[in-house]
Design a protein around this ligand. Structure first.
Ligand SMILES: N[C@@H](CCC(=O)N[C@@H](CS)C(=O)NCC(=O)O)C(=O)O
Length: 220
């Protein structure tokens, strides 16, 4: 099912006006999930994206998220929301055309795929941090565990591709974001090799404007 963003929907959300600010970086894959959903749901006029570099400890981010991480969603007259699954759930609740089913088997399927995709991100981010350490402080044990977890997870996604490749929803989107992050920060994973269904799925996502316009800068 292809779900584009219709013009009437876009102007409807614009007219309502609702100050929301997403603190993000252009390289954060977790923030990318939220940014894609904002575009897919036609909410760009309602949610402002503001760059906040976590390592600079900007006051606005620290106020919104004691964990010091992006993404964080600042809401007028309500508490800020943290963690991309929660923020995506909130964004999705703003529009009737849902990317996260409200109940039943479909909901658990979508959330399970999101959890696996986010887990791949956690491993890949952890691996990158490990790889950036000086040689004497790098732990091969952890790098191997992280690489094994990533490999097992993408093998599972290849074997279950029929369960998420046919629709555009949060589960599939999170998987596409995770694969994009592997291209960006762990190209040696060569995740496409022997995984034709996952490659075809990713190619389909790569054509989507929401995916293209949120790609991390090539030189970052
Ligand atoms: N579980 C969080 C993870 C967020 C996260 O780790 N964000 C990274 C950027 S990719 C961050 O802000 N790191 C800064 C830090 O750990 O201090 C989510 O899904 O939003």
């Amino acid at each position: 099912m292809y779900r584009g963003v219709s013009e009437p929907e876009r102007s409807r959300t614009q007219a309502r006006g609702f100050p929301l600010k997403l603190l993000m970086t252009e390289t954060s894959p977790y923030a990318r999930k939220c940014r894609i959903l904002i575009r897919e749901q036609g909410l760009t006029a309602r949610i402002e994206e503001i760059e906040a570099m976590p390592l600079d400890d900007p006051a606005e981010l620290m106020d919104a998220n004691p964990l010091g991480k992006v993404p964080a969603l600042i809401r007028d007259r309500a508490t800020a929301l943290v963690d991309s699954p929660l923020i995506c759930e909130f964004i999705d609740s703003l529009i009737e055309d849902r990317w996260i089913p409200g109940s039943g088997t479909a909901r658990w399927r979508v959330l399970r795929f999101q959890a696996i995709a986010d887990g791949i991100l956690d491993l890949a981010v952890g691996r990158r941090i490990e790889m950036m350490r000086p040689d004497e402080k790098r732990h091969d044990f952890w790098i191997e565990r992280q690489e094994n977890g990533i490999r097992r997870s993408i093998d599972l996604l290849e074997s279950e591709a029929d369960k998420f490749a046919g629709a555009f929803d949060l589960g599939g989107m999170a998987i596409a974001v995770a694969l994009g992050y592997l291209d960006f920060r762990y190209p040696e994973s060569e995740w496409r090799t022997g995984r034709d269904r996952l490659s075809a799925f990713y190619d389909k996502w790569s054509e989507r404007p929401s995916f293209q316009s949120t790609a991390p800068p090539a030189d970052a």
